[in-house]
Design a protein around this ligand. Sequence first.
Ligand SMILES: NC(=O)c1ccc[n+]([C@@H]2O[C@H](COP(=O)([O-])OP(=O)(O)OC[C@H]3O[C@@H](n4cnc5c(N)ncnc54)[C@H](O)[C@@H]3O)[C@@H](O)[C@H]2O)c1
Length: 271
Amino acid sequence: MSDYWIPADDLGLRDRVAIIAGGGAAGDGIGNGRASAILLARAGARVLVADREVTLAERTAEMIAAHGGTAAAHAADVTDGESCQAMVETALDRFGRVDFLVNNVGISSRRSVVDEEQAEFQRVMRINVEGMFLAAKHAIPAMRETAGGGAIVNIASIAALRPRGATAYSASKGAVIALTRAMAVDHGLDGIRVNCIAPGPVYTPMVIRGGMHPEARERRRRASVMGREGSGWDVGNAVRFLLSDHARYITGHTLVVDGGTTLIGPARHYR
Ligand SMILES: NC(=O)c1ccc[n+]([C@@H]2O[C@H](COP(=O)([O-])OP(=O)(O)OC[C@H]3O[C@@H](n4cnc5c(N)ncnc54)[C@H](O)[C@@H]3O)[C@@H](O)[C@H]2O)c1
């Protein structure tokens, strides 16, 4: 069969190794990172679940093990280069190679440029952008050396494409898209594809923790042309597709996962 034949039921992920930065989630909630980790493991990948709060990563690893998958939990802070290096070394020690990185860490902020404190702007950029830069900086050499290539997915947001204010967050996610495209150019010849996902309104522990009112949740649901909110699983499925062999000719792309929210006019939710 030709090189173009990739069986529909084989994503090409079996025994490959993924690092999920920000792969924890509060309680038993399904965040974008946790869903990605579980879905990759279900397809046979071995997963290092890294999180600043290791107990959250441990819960994800337990959920994977409960279904017969292979995962390890690891404490890492992606804003610290040495911690990112240790995260990659742990993946190599545990599993012998690194094929994939999912950069899921992100925090939100809602203020305007006038109201936002400079220190808070810097904190958001540091966690949301510099964290992805540092994780990739340390993962890419390991991918080249141990797997001869690989793939990265960075989690952006539709806030980069259709901002509703929230200056620091929107700016950080715009930077994630530009970072993704630049990395795709730099590392295409290394056999490393780099894509990002722009989730829309998905109801995850991050949103719950942010204290979303029921009315705001209802507005988010109605903002989708499908009249429904998404979940971490919707983002996880997109991550798994972009890392799989089925996406082998896709790089530098921003995949919008928003139930059509960006197709219709913006609404300010925060004032
Ligand atoms: N939920 C939504 O509606 C939505 C929409 C668009 C984009 N996103 C993006 O999705 C991503 C997160 O989604 P989620 O639902 O998995 O969130 P989450 O909060 O459930 O998971 C993020 C994890 O990152 C960890 N983390 C935070 N700072 C860290 C650091 N410095 N180093 C290591 N780990 C750190 C947290 O402990 C947490 O477990 C973010 O990038 C967010 O901007 C979410």
